[in-house]
Design a protein around this ligand. Structure first.
Ligand code: CAA
Length: 257
């Protein structure tokens, strides 16, 4: 597949998606949206891919939704086209997705990172939802996901002032899983992705689904969901293999079934 706004590369069982609109600091336009979603959804059904990494450049993961593309848009076009609803197909991807963020992750860029399963940040990363400074507000889930990630007080302050958060503050606030040196970010992300991709793909998918339930339902329902999925895992070959490998003191060889 020939993409124009992203680069894709397979490293073992990991798909690396690199956002590639350098002149616009990887601003998210309609084409980049289509291409990222297509690459991720195709990988989701590919048994040879066990984890996806999304990254940008050293300067910018992504500096937001494309302001120039949106500038003259009307309410009718926004509402009629249900702008940004396509991202629901990205968040429905069941394969684990890591955002490897260096530089600016602002507005839609921060929102894309938060739509991934977790964020690994370079020490150069800057996160923010500066939409209010443009006379708009977050539109790809930012007001909801940032609040769930870091709590109301900090999320409210960030959304209302539009200020950025550096990598250290993002780690303290639990927005990111881990901060690493900028020059090792991609290697760290690919190594972490390789670890995940080495697990059973169906079990990793079920684990992702269960963790995501925590954001969406009550504790009682979430625990019921977890228990039912746990029971179902005993119908998989990978459960048999994983436990046999432990007992036989050898590495597990998952068949992803
Ligand atoms: N959309 C379109 N183009 C953008 C862009 C964006 N979000 N961010 C940067 N660019 C473009 C700039 O217009 C510039 O293009 P030209 O060379 O043609 O002028 C190029 O990328 C380089 O940017 P700068 O010259 O501004 O680079 P800088 O180093 O001086 O500043 C920055 C970097 C602080 C990130 C600055 O570019 C910036 O503030 N960008 C906008 C950030 C922002 O407001 N994001 C939110 C967008 S709205 C949104 O995302 C809505 C939503 O929730 C869905």
């Amino acid at each position: 597949m020939d993409y124009e706004t992203i680069l894709t590369e397979t490293r073992g069982r990991v798909l690396l998606i690199t956002l590639n609109r350098p002149k616009a600091l990887n601003a998210i336009n309609a084409q980049l949206t289509r291409e990222v979603i297509r690459a991720a959804t195709e990988a989701d059904t590919d048994p040879e891919i066990g984890c996806i990494v999304i990254t940008g450049s050293a300067k910018a993961f992504a500096a937001g939704a494309d302001i120039k593309e949106m500038q003259h848009t009307t309410y009718a076009a926004m509402y009629g086209g249900d702008r940004f609803a396509d991202w629901d197909r990205f968040t429905a991807v069941r394969t684990p997705i890591i955002a490897a963020v260096a530089g600016y992750a602002l507005g839609g860029g921060c929102e894309l990172a938060m739509m991934c399963d977790f964020i690994l940040a370079a020490d150069t990363a800057q996160f923010g939802l500066p939409e209010i400074k443009l006379g708009v507000m977050p539109g790809i889930g930012g007001s909801q996901r940032l609040t769930r990630a870091i709590g109301k007080a900090k999320a409210m302050e960030m959304c209302l002032t539009g200020r950025n958060m550096d990598a250290a503050e993002a780690e303290r606030s639990s927005l990111v899983a881990r901060v690493v040196a900028a020059d090792t970010l991609l290697d760290d992300a690919l190594r972490t992705a390789g670890t995940i991709a080495g697990m059973s793909k169906p079990i990793a998918m079920m684990t992702k689904e269960a963790v995501n339930r925590a954001d969406e339902t009550t504790l009682t329902e979430g625990i019921r969901f977890e228990r039912r999925v746990f029971h179902a895992i005993f119908a998989t070959a990978d459960q048999k293999e994983g436990m046999a490998a432990f007992v036989e003191k050898r590495p597990a060889k998952f068949t992803h079934g």
